[in-house]
Design a protein around this ligand. Structure first.
Ligand SMILES: [Zn+2]
Length: 481
């Protein structure tokens, strides 16, 4: 029996109301039933919030994944792709949009537009000039509509910005900094939140760096600006560097003169927001932040941006589930401890309440490179094959790619990380049980024992008054006498 896949696309999440999605889904089901097709639910695609103008849905959305699945041979020839209308596929330049349609058809897939019950196949596009022309006209119209809409909203935004810059009272953006709110047409201060902003600036003025400030705020249980669980160093840094605290609104609009590329016109509007920090204090804090950038925050937080952690974004703390991030610990002043890389709970570094433990990175990576490929192949054989056969080819291809990268002499950590993130939802670095626990995005769990000689230690708190460097390490390699 032939299989049909359905693809819904809405360029704004607001449009994707349940009713609309449900209606489209029902249409797809109706078509499948009437034509004796099986609607495959596991590979139906929704790119909610992705625009088809300039093919954003092709590159980032799930339509891109669909094309990839076709190329990997996971979608059988003779299958159907059900969409509402052709403009759902692409609103890009007609020539590119047509190419997308052709590429899908050339793989032996029939594209069906439910709104007008048209079927597009490679054969029909070749033989029926009318069908070819109709598809071209639909793509032309979709692209033209998008162009006009985007030009119109750009012009309206530029107009508002210029009026505000001339001193007129206009609301340019509907989104406000977290410590401000609308009262009718007025922008007013949220008194409670401004207290935290002032505290942050006072601490920065005393010489505290963003990460230390975040830690202090968490210890005092001061609520975050937008309801997040903890204050993070980056959030504090943004508050300290954005001029909205002194009332300045920064934005830009694109300006295109005839025969040249569009240019960004930057505009800064003074006194657009109510000022919550004095100009003098703001300048002082900026100077301090600039100076502090030259010095590392402490030897522990020299974040290494070049070398990457292969488990970046999927590594999790076994105690609180927060991300485990990698950092480099440079050689000590006396040269006694060598340069090493560690993984630590990102929540613990900002005083979320989790234990501050660091795990040496190298043995964790080595464990995966040595034992990972076998573990993945076993999982593929035992679990994946039995349960989700239609993703078997994709998963198998991903495992092959990871094994290939892991086996190379010169390790491409960025590439490896990219592939691992697709295959696993999370990797728990369980230093308690000395296991690497993998949670597969296709379902199932597997584990690997971490090398016994891994160096694990508890890090002393940064807070004055508490002792530092408290070792809990079992499995520390014995030192030479
Ligand atoms: Zn934790």
């Amino acid at each position: 029996m032939q299989v049909a896949y359905s693809y819904h696309r809405f360029s704004k999440p607001k449009q994707a109301t349940k009713d609309k999605l449900w209606k489209q889904y029902q249409e797809a089901q109706k078509y499948a039933k009437a034509n004796g097709l099986v609607l495959d639910e596991s590979l139906s695609f929704q790119d909610i919030g992705v625009s088809a103008y300039r093919s954003a849905n092709l590159e980032v959305g799930r339509l891109g994944e669909f094309l990839e699945a076709i190329r990997a041979g996971c979608i059988e020839k003779g299958s159907y792709l059900l969409i509402e209308s052709l403009d759902r596929l692409s609103r890009d330049a007609p020539r590119k949009a047509l190419r997308t349609l052709e590429e899908i058809c050339d793989e032996g897939i029939t594209v069906v537009t439910l709104i007008d019950n048209q079927e597009y196949t490679a054969d029909r596009l070749d033989r029926d000039p009318a069908a070819f022309l109709i598809s071209l006209v639909i793509f032309l119209r979709a692209n033209e509509e998008s162009k006009t809409k985007s030009a119109r909203s750009r012009a309206a935004y530029a107009n508002k910005l210029e009026r505000a810059a001339r001193g007129e009272k206009v609301i340019v953006a509907s989104k406000l900094p977290a410590w401000l709110k609308f009262e009718g047409d007025e922008i007013v201060i949220d008194q409670e939140k401004v207290k935290s902003i002032k505290l942050i600036y006072n601490l920065a003025d005393l010489g505290l760096r963003p990460l230390s400030i975040a830690r202090a705020l968490n210890l005092q249980k001061i609520p975050t600006m937008r309801g997040g669980r903890y204050w993070r160093g980056e959030a504090v840094r943004l508050i300290l560097t954005k001029p909205s605290t002194i009332g300045v609104f920064l934005s830009y609009y694109r300006h295109k003169a005839a025969g040249s590329n569009p240019e960004k016109n930057f505009i800064s509007i003074k006194d657009y927001y109510p000022r919550v920090i004095s100009q003098r204090k703001w300048k002082r804090v900026q100077a301090k932040i600039k100076r502090s950038k030259l010095k590392p925050e402490s030897c522990e937080v020299i974040k290494c941006r070049k070398i990457r952690n292969i488990f970046g974004r999927i590594a999790r703390c076994p105690n609180c589930g927060d991300a485990m991030t990698a950092y480099n610990l440079g050689p000590s002043l006396e040269g006694l401890t060598p340069h090493r890389r560690y993984l630590t709970c990102s929540g613990a570094t900002i005083a979320s309440g989790c234990k501050r433990v660091r795990v040496e990175y190298a043995p964790v990576e080595k464990t995966f490179l040595e034992l990972g490929p076998d573990m993945m192949h076993n999982h593929l054989a035992e679990y994946v094959q039995s349960k989700i056969h239609n993703r078997y080819n994709i998963i198998s291809a991903q495992i092959k790619e990871i094994t290939r990268i892991a086996g190379k002499n010169e390790l491409d950590r960025g590439r490896l990380n990219h592939n691992l993130r697709r295959l696993f939802d999370r990797v728990v670095i369980n230093y308690g049980s000395m296991m690497l626990e993998f949670e597969w995005s296709c379902g199932g769990r597997t584990g690997l024992p971490i090398n016994e000689s891994t160096h694990i230690s508890r890090i002393g708190a940064f807070i004055p008054g508490q002792s530092a460097g408290n070792h809990i390490a079992h499995q520390v390699p014995p030192k030479k006498p």
